[in-house]
Design a protein around this ligand. Structure first.
Ligand SMILES: C[S@@+](CC[C@H](N)C(=O)[O-])C[C@H]1O[C@@H](n2cnc3c(N)ncnc32)[C@H](O)[C@@H]1O
Ligand code: SF4
Ligand code: SF4
Length: 359
């Protein structure tokens, strides 16, 4: 069965609100003050960037209802911590004053957090922009329009692949929940599907993307599994798949496919200073405010939200110290593949331009 969108590509139903700019660093042009503040750190005229992060990753709980063998949060999940609702409320008070976007995700699975519905309602009351990364087992239709975007981590294109990757069989259930969200008549959020690629789950990937297109999914975000060399898929094969999609199928489909392989393989922050860490941070379910999540060799925790205000943590002495230290590229020797690297690449290279004062 075809989605009406794929049958009539020029109709209103076919319009896809997702464009690749959503994942492009150029979107920072919308935040000139923040960029200027980070550039001052890069240029040595400011010791740190005191402006709030553009968005934060909020872990409601470390508890999860799946067992993905390659879960990046395996260590955190052992804590089994959950954030108190009162802590979340006071965080949202602070974030609302600075228009911080909040990505609700792991530690574990955010939708199993016992106050999940209250968190969504609190965000609406504070007029906060929220996004959600979920494994999609719990139905979301009644909450969905409260989110700017929802990304469901599917990570498999068949029931057999699903149980191999995720340890528990929920394939049909998640597919059904995606179909429900994709068919919502008054849908006002971007619907994405996350797909971590391993050696086991790329055999029918192109067919799967077409199925997601038919289900009304706006975009699929594909990336090779990280920090699991034994499970990493062959990169040459992935480039071939990408090119096959782009040359034979992309133009007839509404769905957008994000497969930025180059961004997902570089380690050590490409030997660059880390300035862009100030764009974001991770608030873990135990209340720790971590600078980032891929600095496994030297994790940085700025403070704990259960006992301190976010403002005081973010503008504290430790952040100033660390910001200075990370200007040395050697400090990033050991960073795993990190989504912040692509921003650092721009920040550093723009500072080196010979023709800065010309257009
Ligand atoms: C840790 S999960 C937490 C949220 C939720 N439980 C879920 O699975 O969507 C956040 C995202 O990280 C992805 N992820 C987990 N481990 C990964 C790995 N080793 N490499 C790449 N992505 C990974 C998951 O597929 C998911 O999209
Ligand atoms: S569902 Fe998410 S948190 Fe749970 S094991 Fe899988 S990747 Fe980890
Ligand atoms: S490059 Fe390293 S220090 Fe910078 S955000 Fe990524 S993991 Fe953290």
């Amino acid at each position: 069965m075809k989605h009406p969108a794929s049958a009539t590509p020029t109709s209103e139903a076919a319009r896809n609100p997702f464009t690749l700019l959503e994942y492009d660093p150029i979107k920072l042009l919308n935040k000139p003050q923040k960029v200027a503040s980070m550039f001052e750190v890069r240029d040595g005229t400011r010791d740190y960037d005191p402006l709030f992060p553009l968005s934060v990753e909020l872990h409601l709980t470390d508890v999860c209802n799946l067992r993905c063998g390659w879960c990046t949060d395996l260590e955190l999940r052992r804590n089994l911590a959950s954030l108190p609702l009162a802590t979340i409320e006071s965080l949202f008070d602070e974030f609302a004053q600075h228009q911080v976007g909040v990505t609700i995700e792991g530690g574990g699975e955010p939708t199993v957090y016992k106050h999940f519905a209250e968190v969504v309602a609190l965000a609406a009351r504070h007029k906060l922009d929220i996004g959600l990364i979920t494994n999609g087992i719990r139905p979301l239709a009644s909450f969905a329009n409260q989110f700017k975007w929802i990304r469901i981590s599917m990570d498999a294109s068949s029931a057999e692949e699903y149980v191999a990757e995720k340890g528990v069989q929920r394939y049909e259930k998640v597919r059904a929940n995606i179909a429900t969200l994709g068919a919502l008549p008054d849908k006002r959020f971007l619907l994405g599907v996350g797909y971590v690629m391993t050696r086991r789950n790329t055999g029918r990937l192109l067919e799967f993307i077409e199925e997601m297109d038919a289900a009304g999914v706006d975009y699929i975000y594909l990336r090779p599994v990280e920090e699991m060399p034994d499970l990493s898929p062959d990169l040459a094969m992935l480039y071939e798949l990408k090119s096959l999609w782009e040359t034979t199928r992309a133009s007839q489909r509404r769905i957008k496919v994000l497969m930025n392989l180059d961004d997902r393989i570089q380690k050590d922050n490409e030997g660059l200073p880390c300035i862009a860490h100030a764009l974001s941070c991770v608030i873990q379910a135990d209340g720790n405010v971590a600078m980032c999540e891929k600095r496994r060799h030297d994790p940085v925790v700025f403070g704990n939200i259960n006992t301190q205000r976010f403002t005081d943590i973010w503008r504290g002495a430790l952040r100033k110290d660390v910001s200075r230290r990370l200007l040395d590229p050697c400090a990033q020797r050991g960073c795993e593949v990190c989504r912040i690297t692509k921003f650092n690449r721009y920040f550093v290279r723009l500072g080196e331009l010979y023709t800065r004062n010309f257009i």
